[in-house]
Ligand binder design. Structure first.
Ligand code: FAD
Length: 475
């Protein structure tokens, strides 16, 4: 059939996976286009995810730090919050980045085709044009032909079916719009996204309840780290309801009345001013006409791929949130490079040993590779070395002596296979542990590496020293 345009490579979706794949493909000589329904590049991560949440969390951290120096004899007035100015600040941060991406696409001659893409067959995508800042369809359609394609259509927030549509009920995207600071807010789902947004709203003045179906907040890291987090954050929450479900929400004029069921459930419905739904994200695999291209989509909407990021159709790849957990931007980018390189005829495969996870809360919790819980579950023999920040001069100076750095070593090879850090900047520090794991470093390698003193980062070296029983006594 006729096509309006033809490319070596068409990338569906312009999130961190999509733009990284398109840029790499173009750099490797493929004539490339991106199909994206939104007006800006960057996908969830830049527009309504990683970046805006971190812009707000930074502001929250500054407020918290200012309160902390009260004990050092420095006093500030109670912060005043101009929510319109804060929203503008956040939008400014996003604008810098999405604008930068547009420039990078142009420099590489990557075409941006604005609209909603859906496969027609294994070599054509139909794009229904969208306009404005959202995804209003204009009715115009285009057919784009491709030799190869990378699907990077991402994921969307799960909306619980029994929850009514009401402006006071938001998902993470709505929460990042900062329309109001509620008096009392319910966070449904105690995962990272929920807890990050909870941190922001609580610092702006909201009182919080959180409800979680599982037996603990923040699935992923070891419980000792979460315990530290919980102690530092206890002041934000009226109630943390674990092993509890939200079963009904009634929207009345004077508030949202929520009924719970389970171990932590109050007997009567509870009234809230705002509800954040953060009960997970689901992949967009069933929304792109994949069947018409012959691409197999799994039961829950994930697209299965091999180590080269190929779907069952060899010239169609898939990357990012749409191929599976963990749904994280750095995983998407890594997969993007593999897919683009393979498509350009290079030898590449996804063989990362580990993918780190970080909660950018206060304090941060970061983990990578094996946790103690996972080692135990698998019956793997490990040595654990934990360095308490109460023994770190810098942590004490910074008022962060509650944190810790923990390394997990294979008991036979003494190689590091995991790490968990809780405390300010834990996310920045975990990168060293990732590198150590990828390089096959053992406790001696890490312990004998001279780390700058006094830093929080030297706790990684000190934990390794603990591991071979010769902890230095640097204060
Ligand atoms: P996405 O970013 O979801 O991008 C997909 C793009 O495809 C979108 O722009 C979408 O509009 C477009 N699209 C979809 N279908 C079509 C179609 N049919 N036609 C045209 N366009 C289409 N991850 C981290 O690593 N660190 C963090 O700190 C972090 N914070 C987060 C905070 C929040 C509030 C949220 C919601 C997520 C966060 N994440 C974070 C997760 C991160 O945003 C995702 O893992 C990442 O964006 C996935 O990238 P992607 O390229 O797979 O897809």
């Amino acid at each position: 059939g006729g096509a309006d345009a033809e490319y070596d490579m068409v990338v569906l979706g312009a999130g961190p996976g999509g733009y990284s794949a398109a840029f790499r493909a173009a750099d490797l000589g493929l004539k490339t286009a991106i199909v994206e329904r939104y007006a800006t590049l960057g996908g969830v991560c830049l527009n309504v995810g990683c970046i805006p949440s971190k812009a707000l969390l930074h502001v929250a951290a500054v407020i918290e730090e200012a309160e902390h120096v009260g004990t050092a004899g420095i006093g500030f007035a109670k912060p005043s919050v101009d929510i319109d100015a804060l929203r503008k600040h956040k939008d400014g941060v996003i604008g810098k980045l999405t604008g930068g991406l547009a420039g990078m696409a142009k420099a590489r001659k990557v075409d941006i085709i604005r609209g909603y893409g859906s496969f027609l067959d294994p070599h054509h995508i139909e794009v229904e044009e969208t306009s404005g800042s959202g995804q209003d369809k204009t009715g115009a359609k285009k057919v784009v032909k491709f030799k190869q394609c990378i699907i990077a259509a991402g994921s969307a927030a799960v909306h619980l079916p029994f929850i009514p549509r009401d402006p006071r009920i938001v998902d993470s995207t709505g929460a990042l719009e900062l329309r109001q600071v509620p008096g009392k807010m319910l966070v449904i789902g105690g995962g990272i996204i929920g807890l990050e947004m909870a941190t922001v709203y609580s610092t702006l003045g909201a009182r919080l309840d959180v409800v979680e179906m599982l037996d603990g907040l923040m699935q992923g890291p070891d419980r000792d780290a979460v315990k530290v987090w919980e102690k530092q954050n206890a002041h934000r929450f009226d109630k943390i309801m674990l092993k509890t479900k939200t079963v009904a929400v009634e929207a009345r004029e004077d508030g949202l009345y929520v009924t719970f069921e389970g171990e932590g459930a109050p007997a009567e419905p509870v009234r809230y001013d705002m509800i954040l739904q953060s009960a997970g994200r689901s992949p967009n695999g069933n929304k792109i006409g994949a069947d018409k291209a012959g691409v197999v989509v799994g039961e829950r909407g994930f697209i299965p791929v091999d180590a080269q990021m190929r779907t069952n159709v060899p010239h169609i790849f898939a990357i990012g949130d749409i191929v599976g957990q963990p749904m994280l931007a750095h995983k998407a980018v890594h997969e993007a490079h593999v897919a683009a390189e393979v498509a350009a005829g290079h030898k590449a495969a996804f063989d990362a040993t580990v993918i780190p996870g970080v909660a950018y809360t206060h304090p941060e919790v970061a983990w990578v590779g094996y946790t103690e819980a996972q080692a135990k579950a698998e019956g793997k023999k490990v040595d654990t070395a934990k360095f308490p920040w109460a023994a770190s001069g810098r942590a004490i100076a910074n008022g962060a002596d509650y944190g810790f750095t923990k390394l997990i070593f294979d008991a036979e090879t003494h190689r590091v296979i995991g790490g968990t850090i809780v405390g300010p900047s834990a996310g920045d520090m975990i990168g060293e542990v990732c590198l150590a794991i990828e390089m096959g470093a053992d406790a001696v390698d890490i312990g004998k590496t001279i780390h700058p003193h006094p830093t929080l980062g030297e706790t990684v070296g000190m934990a390794a020293e603990v591991a071979h029983g010769s902890c230095t006594d640097l204060p």
